[in-house]
Design a protein around this ligand. Structure first.
Ligand code: AP5
Length: 218
């Protein structure tokens, strides 16, 4: 039987979190809580939160810690797939979020097992982000050159159209990278100190990166 997964996937924009998460879901059947996808869901639904979040996301900034912590707590308590463990993708992104997560998991007796950091130097991320295509309904991620869909601009599974994200441009990426280095890299150090961290060279092909992640979780 496959062991229960309780992990964080962390790395800069374009490092491959959204590309690798579906592999983890199909192996472990845990819930996949991707905070960027959750916020884009709010934007699509036209909620007040979505309107506020869109302005921040398009500028490459971070949405408030309170909102993000509330979203994760709600999912852990109400998403039945989280009974099989969880994959946090894009959360926590600040030390305040990491501390709130520690408290949340302690209260629910769900100790964190692994933090996997996908490591890619900044200069490799520009082409990944500007060539990315996504399937909005599922969050599946493709790349015009590195991971093209079977049929041009169509999702492999549903055949629905693929789009580019509104924050996938060079200007917003610069700000997202600044936010990552200033606010999220300290989170990586936080988990290194807790002894649950593994770093993965995510400049390899997606298949090789998946092999390395699988090995790290054994
Ligand atoms: P979010 O949606 O989480 O974006 P992100 O962290 O910037 O990460 P990305 O989705 O851009 O990258 P990814 O690592 O998933 O890369 P992918 O696999 O697609 O967040 C968006 C915004 O929401 C934030 O900026 C913020 O405003 C807000 N937000 C979200 N969470 C928040 C929080 N907790 N607190 C506050 N605000 C929050 O890969 C990228 C491309 O590269 C793809 O085209 C892919 O095909 C290709 N690729 C992947 N792997 C490889 C490989 N090995 N080789 C070659 N190409 C590859």
């Amino acid at each position: 039987m496959v062991e229960q997964l309780r992990m964080i996937l962390i790395g800069p924009p374009g490092s491959g979190k959204g590309t690798q998460a579906p592999n983890l879901v199909s192996k472990y059947h845990s819930c996949h809580l991707a905070t960027g996808d959750m916020l884009r869901g709010q934007i699509k639904a036209g909620t007040e939160l979505g309107k506020k979040a869109k302005a921040i996301m398009d500028q490459g900034g971070l949405v408030s810690d309170d909102i993000m912590v509330g979203m994760i707590a709600h999912e852990l308590d109400n998403n039945p797939e989280c009974e099989n463990g969880f994959i946090l993708d894009g959360f926590p992104r600040t030390i305040a979020q990491a501390e709130a997560l520690d408290k949340m998991l302690a209260e629910r007796k769900m100790p964190l097992k692994n933090v996997v950091e996908l490591q890619v130097p900044d200069e490799r991320l520009v082409s990944r982000i500007t060539g990315r295509l996504i399937h909005p309904a599922s969050g599946r991620s493709y790349h015009k050159e590195f991971n093209p869909p079977k049929e041009d601009m169509k999702d492999d599974i549903t055949g629905e159209p693929l789009v580019q994200r509104s924050d996938d441009n060079v200007e917003a990426l610069k700000k997202r990278l600044i936010a990552y280095h200033e606010q999220t890299e300290p989170v990586v150090a936080y988990y290194k100190n807790k002894g649950v961290w593994t770093g993965i060279d995510a400049t390899k092909t997606p298949a090789q990166v998946w092999e390395d992640i699988s090995a790290a979780l054994v």
